[in-house]
Design a protein around this ligand. Structure first.
Ligand code: G
Ligand code: G
Ligand code: MN
Ligand code: NA
Length: 256
């Protein structure tokens, strides 16, 4: 329970922060949006990875306050970036939603409140969810997704291709973006099976009228190959690592 207690205090004392990783148009390199990723530096200086603290948050129920904080913090940042840019800063922010958060919280009203509080329209946000959310409680998740769409938000399926669900949900749920999991992208230039999977995902997305984001774009060759295959956007170390807010805004302003 040591990590749970420390995480509870970190949330209460607002010691979590968000890092922002650009998602770029593969053809032009223009920044389309940033994914907001939770970061936690403990009081003793330890940097905890979300890979370890998000599961603790989910098991303990802390994912509800953590998730609410992330949504509000992302909206606050976007409003701040708009102020510093002297108008619409030109980017959208993507926030991750966990399956358990969607079961336990009323996510759409929470997003609506954050948008209102910070004077933002819903089209400035996208929400990333995983197939596990859909499997866990399909009716509730469908309702939440439609409510988020009614706010004007975009919806992205995260880590696409790695879940355990069937594909039927793709035709019934209002999904705008498929994020191709990094495991298919890493090493794809030397692996015809991976290329085949990426092609299949791209063709599925195109047929369903969805945009695509490739995760794990680490090289210029990957960005060019993915663009040539018709993938819309890319995210990865080739463009930038997750950045502190100031550095993310500087990159955005420099790219305009
Ligand atoms: O880049 P990074 O190590 O930060 O991300 C690791 C994992 O943690 C990713 O799967 C990411 O989706 C998840 N993650 C990061 N921040 C959040 C968050 O605020 N909420 C949820 N639910 N997951 C997050
Ligand atoms: O599950 P999700 O895709 O939200 O996870 C994002 C995670 O991927 C974060 O841990 C982030 O730091 C990491 N990440 C982002 N871009 C790259 C990349 O180009 N290569 C690798 N290896 N990891 C990346
Ligand atoms: Mn994500
Ligand atoms: Na994720």
């Amino acid at each position: 329970f040591a990590m749970e207690t420390a995480l509870r205090h970190a949330i209460e004392q607002r010691r979590l922060r968000l890092a922002y990783q650009p998602i770029c148009d593969l053809a032009t390199g223009a920044i389309a949006s940033f994914e907001a990723l939770a970061r936690w530096t403990d009081v003793d200086g330890t940097e905890h990875s979300p890979v370890s603290f998000i599961p603790v948050a989910e098991e303990s129920g802390l994912i509800v306050p953590l998730g609410r904080w992330a949504i509000d913090e992302a909206a606050r940042t976007l409003a701040d970036w708009d102020r510093q840019a002297g108008g619409h800063c030109g980017a959208r922010l993507a926030v991750n939603l966990s399956a358990i958060q969607m079961q336990r919280d009323i996510v759409a009203p929470v997003v609506g409140d954050a948008l209102r509080r910070h004077g933002l329209t819903g089209d400035r946000f996208s929400l990333e969810l995983t197939e596990s959310a859909i499997v866990s409680d399909p009716d509730r998740v469908a309702q939440t997704m439609h409510a988020l769409k009614a706010l004007g938000c975009k919806l992205a399926m995260d880590d696409f291709g790695t879940g355990y669900s069937n594909l039927a949900y793709l035709q019934s749920l209002p999904i705008d973006i498929l994020k191709i999991d990094r495991s298919f992208v890493t090493g794809m230039l030397a692996d015809r099976d991976k290329v085949a999977i990426v092609r299949a995902i791209l063709s599925l997305a195109q047929a369903l009228g969805m945009q695509t984001t490739a995760e794990g774009v680490e090289t210029t060759e990957l960005s060019q190959t993915l663009a040539a295959l018709g993938c819309t956007n890319g995210q990865g170390y080739f463009y930038a690592r997750p950045l502190e807010s100031d550095a993310a805004l500087a990159m955005l302003l420099a790219s305009r």
